[in-house]
Design a protein around this ligand. Structure first.
Ligand code: GAR
Length: 218
């Protein structure tokens, strides 16, 4: 069966991109990365994509003061690469409503909290400040409102006494690296259905030893 043609959009380090690329390089993985795109020409993650011989495209956002103009170029680059699915992986830029609607249910994002809690920036500091006992990450379909959209996969991590932002961020990031490839696999296998803005997953089982959704959601 044809693999799902996936674009990964990054702005900085790109560790989630690296995990998605590694998963796609497994022989039986149902998706392939056809494009790594960044809005930042200096994103360190681009180096890794280059080393892996992937197609790279930079749309330097400093040349596009208007969001709509950036998004027109983005749309055409995605179409040029015949992209089926866009994975935002630390892509620190809000997409216009127009672009999100054009690509409805074909853009997913990872956020370092258990959405809908702790949307936005400085997530881990706010989690620590709030006193909650668990945090985690969420992979979700993108909607025009920031960090909104049907949840596909979530992974939970504990918040420990004496945690710092750095420690918690590292724990959550390790969970992100499991959750994002799992979400991509589920979509590429055609197991993710949207029913009235809620995700149903056909016969999906979480990998052993990880507190991660979905267990069985159908
Ligand atoms: C990740 O923790 C991701 O969840 C977060 O940025 C980091 C990117 O790391 N994204 C957001 O906060 C989006 N709202 P990476 O570049 O190493 O993948």
């Amino acid at each position: 069966m044809a693999k799902l043609k996936t674009a990964v959009l990054i702005s900085e380090r790109g560790s989630n991109m690296r995990e998605l690329v590694a998963a796609c390089n497994e022989p039986d993985f149902p998706a392939e990365v056809v494009l790594v795109l960044s809005n930042n020409p200096d994103a360190p993650g681009l180096e890794h994509a280059k080393e892996k011989g992937l197609a790279i495209h930079v749309i330097d956002q400093s040349g596009f003061p208007k969001r709509a103009e950036f998004d027109v170029v983005l749309d055409s680059v995605l179409r040029d690469h015949k992209v089926n699915l866009v994975c935002l992986a630390g892509f620190m830029r809000i997409l216009s409503e127009d672009l999100v609607n054009k690509w409805r249910n074909r853009i997913i994002n990872i956020h370092p909290s258990l959405l809908p809690s702790f949307k936005g920036l400085n997530t881990h500091a706010r989690v620590l400040q709030s006193g909650v006992s668990f945090s985690g990450c969420t992979v979700h379909f993108v909607r025009p409102e920031m960090d909104e959209g049907p949840v596909i996969v979530q992974a939970v991590v504990p918040v420990h006494n004496g945690d710092t932002v750095k420690k918690l961020a590292a724990r959550v990031l390790a969970a992100e690296h499991k959750a994002y490839p799992l979400a991509l696999r589920l979509i590429a296998e055609g197991r993710v259905r949207l029913v009235v803005e809620k995700v149903k997953i056909d016969g999906a089982l979480a990998p052993a030893g990880v507190v991660i959704n979905p267990t069985e959601k159908s």
